[in-house]
Design a protein around this ligand. Structure first.
Ligand code: NAD
Length: 306
């Protein structure tokens, strides 16, 4: 089978001056894409700015024979990042929302600033860049978007309440963008990476850190963004040369009353709790309509008890 290439495609990678974003940008650049290397060049906690980070990755792509431009805007001005793509290359096909910072504190010590900065970069930044790219994608009937979540969002992690909330927000954002884009061949998926970078250098054990190369995740993200990839609205976790889909499942649950005229008491809930929380045979619902459909059939069962 032929190699998967991105010739003629314009790819924007936010936060591409280091870590995972750099690995994505280098891979797309080596596969024929024109790459916008966005990076504010700030510190790990969202402080400062510099053109150095983005410039060095642009130089690397060019040295390897690729095409790239730097963009130094904050993703909070995501529309400006997309404008850089349109001004330089006249189009945009792929948007990887990757830029990120940390402001880790135990929950009660999180200040409004810690909350707002993290939400602004991760959630608002992804919203702004995606909203600016979306009409272009719609017009051309093609677009690929990746949001970056985290296991901290999916499962929680001590000291990361602000980050967890923003990262789970991105799952919700991606789910709806995937639905709204589907008929225009716009796909939006979520990557949940674990990789060695300055965000994880003091979190991961050193021997594990050495094995978690961002280059092992980049091909997963690139595949999600290829025109031949049908995936849409999915959460894909990847690390250390492994990838797998994550999903939210719902327990079979239990009716808390016997007929439609009954009320539900707290004791009814207690008596059903084991069944309510038993995830044996849990299923993945494909849509909100499916959830509503099941609700209707539960009401039907209550109205016509056997
Ligand atoms: P990193 O710090 O190496 O890279 C993040 C880049 O984003 C930096 O170069 C930084 O300058 C840039 N950036 C920060 N704020 C920006 C802004 N406002 N505008 C533009 N650029 C900005 O970290 P990384 O580990 O490569 O993280 C990349 C993404 O992956 C982040 O969203 C992070 O939350 C997520 N993530 C990483 C891991 C991991 O194990 N490394 C795990 C889960 C999620």
């Amino acid at each position: 089978m032929a190699d998967l290439r991105f010739d003629g495609r314009v790819v924007v990678v936010t936060g591409a001056g280091a870590g995972l974003g750099r690995a994505y940008a280098l891979l797309f650049g080596s596969r024929g894409a024109k790459v916008v290397v966005n990076d504010l060049g700030g510190g790990r906690h969202g402080d400062g700015s510099s053109s150095k980070a983005a410039d060095s990755v642009v130089d690397e792509i060019k040295r390897n024979g690729g095409i790239a431009v730097a963009d130094y805007n904050s993703v909070v001005d995501g529309d400006k990042v997309i404008k850089t793509a349109l001004d330089n290359f006249g189009r945009i096909d792929v948007l990887i929302n990757n830029a990120g910072i940390l402001r880790d504190k135990s929950f009660v010590r999180i200040s409004d600033q810690d909350w707002d900065l993290v939400h602004n970069v991760h959630l608002k930044g992804s919203f702004k860049a995606t909203q600016a790219a979306f009409p272009v994608f719609k017009k051309q009937g093609y677009g690929r978007i990746v949001m970056t979540s985290s296991n901290s969002g999916l499962y929680g992690n001590f000291g990361q309440a602000n980050y967890s909330a923003a990262k789970m927000g991105l799952v919700g954002l991606a789910s709806t963008v995937a639905i709204e884009g589907a008929k225009s061949n716009i796909h939006c998926n979520v990557i949940v990476p674990t990789a060695a970078s300055r965000l994880t250098e003091d979190i991961l054990p050193p021997d594990l850190y050495a094995e978690l190369k961002p280059e092992l995740i980049a091909p997963v993200v690139a595949y999600l963004c290829h025109e031949s990839c049908e995936e849409n609205g999915s959460i894909i976790e990847s690390a250390a040369g492994w990838a797998g889909k994550c999903t939210i499942v719902r327990a079979k649950g239990n009716l808390l009353r016997s007929k439609i005229s009954d009320i539900v008491t707290v004791e009814n809930v207690r008596d059903s709790w084991e069944k309510v929380t038993d995830i044996t045979g849990a299923e993945r619902l494909a849509s909100i309509q499916e959830a509503t459909g099941q609700l209707m059939s539960d009401l039907e069962r209550l109205s016509n008890p056997t």
